[in-house]
Design a protein around this ligand. Sequence first.
Ligand code: FAD
Ligand code: NA7
Length: 449
Amino acid sequence: MTQRVAIIGAGPCGLSQLRAFQQAEEKGEAIPELTCFEKQSGWGGLWNYDWHTGTDPYGEPVHGGMYRYLWSNGPKECLEFADYTFDDHFKKPIGSFPPREVLYDYITGRAKHGDLRRYVQFDTPVKFVEYVDSTGKFEVRVKNLVEDRERTEVFDYVIVCTGHFSVPHVPDFEGIDRFPGRVMHAHDFREAREFTGRHLLVIGGSYSAEDIALQSLKYGAASVTISYRTQAMGFDWPDGIIERPLLTKLEDKTAHFKDGSTKDVDTIILCTGYLHHFPFLEDRLRLKTHNRMYPPGLYKGIFWEDNPKLMYLGMQDQFYTFSMFDIQAWYARDVVLGRIAMPSKEEMAQDIAKWVAREETLASPFEQIDFQTDYMKELHQQVDYPPFDIDMAADHFKTWEHDKEHSITGYRDQAFKSPCTGTQAPVPHTPWIEAMDDSMAAYLRTEGG
Ligand code: FAD
Ligand code: NA7
């Protein structure tokens, strides 16, 4: 009997998974019946910009947390699909740090090319997944939002591709409940111009804090104070941005920090990360982790140790994104197709323990890059994903780290070489700090063209 595979989510991971199966089919292999459930009306996951905050028109929690004026925060060469390169899609070299719409066009371009839409049921969130021991299958309850109707289907495999950057982590701070201005999480940030002339307090010390602080200043905020818990990002911030240790309390508009300093602010943006949150999975199937490079419990970073017929893609903290999702998807596919045999429980546990132990020794971003590169290589060598120069991609990440140290406002003006095609990206026609228009048309415009 034909096996059935449920893919939950049609973001980059879900689309990678569909593409992986489709590639096997193109090579003449029989593939299982695929059904991808997507809660939104469109695909592309976070890259599918959604102006809503809070709940969507159906009362479902809004998934998207990407905002206007979001330019890629890493070189696009490090996320390139080896089986559908930027040259394949854009037919000309493009810059290394494109805005969101360009990457959305790229991801969905491959999906359209392969007519992957036929597998996707939109407006259909997965509400609950249970594994039935007696049948060895999953019962998946979904809701058709348009018809307001639930139904249950049975699957042999479930692949969770719901991402882990959409349910905000919202810590409490003394006095924040009486703060007389706006308090929001990065997940609800959409339009930096809302804060023109404002004094912002951004709490967090990672990518969201860095980018929201920078772009708020770029679009006219009067000042941005970044408050970190563990470590200052320590970039050479432009005038208008300062870093302070952790917020200890708020008294009216006055923020007090651990070093005794204070600052009056109008708006607070919590860039305090996200929760791995899977309320739609029964407890014994649910990955419980914070954002880390190798969440324990996932063999090869994919297979749920207690029940490897359940898979998770893209659940690690990410340097690599789309290319890593592809490699994971190819590997997951090959296990489903029986091309790769799963080892014994003991071997799985040992393999996970080996990676987790190494993760715990990682002392710098460079070591994290090497770690994720080795992880990618290990999976890549076992699947027929097209070859690409992954060492070049790893070097790009290290150069990018240096570029950021050198100039946090200028790193997006650098240009990298493709590890897939060797194509050298052009330098952008407008420096990022001066580029106000984030449309694809503006970005792809060539001088004089
Ligand atoms: P997502 O993109 O989150 O997609 C998950 C999909 O699953 C969504 O379509 C969602 O609607 C669907 N879904 C969720 N729950 C259900 C359910 N119960 N039933 C059915 N469908 C469901 N990466 C980069 O490479 N470069 C960047 O510049 C970059 N910037 C980022 C900026 C922000 C603000 C954030 C939050 C992330 C950024 N990322 C960036 C990382 C980003 O997470 C990945 O690029 C990528 O989107 C992850 O893909 P995914 O498929 O795992 O998850
Ligand atoms: P990350 O990278 O998971 O970082 C979360 C940040 O939030 C991190 O700096 C944490 O500080 C900080 N945090 C968490 N809890 C607190 C509390 N209680 N107080 C202060 N600070 C806190 O999430 P991001 O949103 O930055 O990035 C996620 C993705 O979005 C990423 O892929 C980007 O591409 C865009 P810590 O350093 O642990 O002390």
